[in-house]
Ligand binder design. Sequence first.
Ligand code: ZN
Length: 167
Amino acid sequence: MARKKSMFRELRVPLNPDAGAAAAVNHKFDFYNKNVVYINRSVLNEMINHCREELPYEACGLLSGQHGRNEMMWKIRSTEKSPTSFAMDMKQVSAALTEMKKFSQTMTGMYHSHPSAAPLPSRDDIRNFHDPAAAYFIISFANRKTSIKCFKIIDHKAFQVKFEVIR
Ligand SMILES: [Zn+2]
């Protein structure tokens, strides 16, 4: 019988002297059963629009849904107006978490943008995120191209995961 392939694609990150340089990850992890993240098309589009509106600064927000699907998004104000970092307004975070419950949803992911760096988590991104179940989306506008990647951050390591657009 064929051996089951690792759930997570190894993330190979070249060393990059830029501010948005991603932390190198070379580690395999096989803990989560699902290697695909689901996100509604409308949420994906809104997420991109929000990040575009905030250019040249980084934007951020939360995602919520049922059964791990990313079905709604919550724009969160960044208290740092910066093209290379963000910090979520914690008041808005707790308000969003409360609102999610009204929809019988839980937090399923988060997103932020990289205005000029590749869509790879920086060392700070990895250090500051502690929810191993949540989808971690990065929207990049580097080289005037919009590109999106999704990760899971587990034990201070980033694993790229596939995402599928639904509905
Ligand atoms: Zn980042």
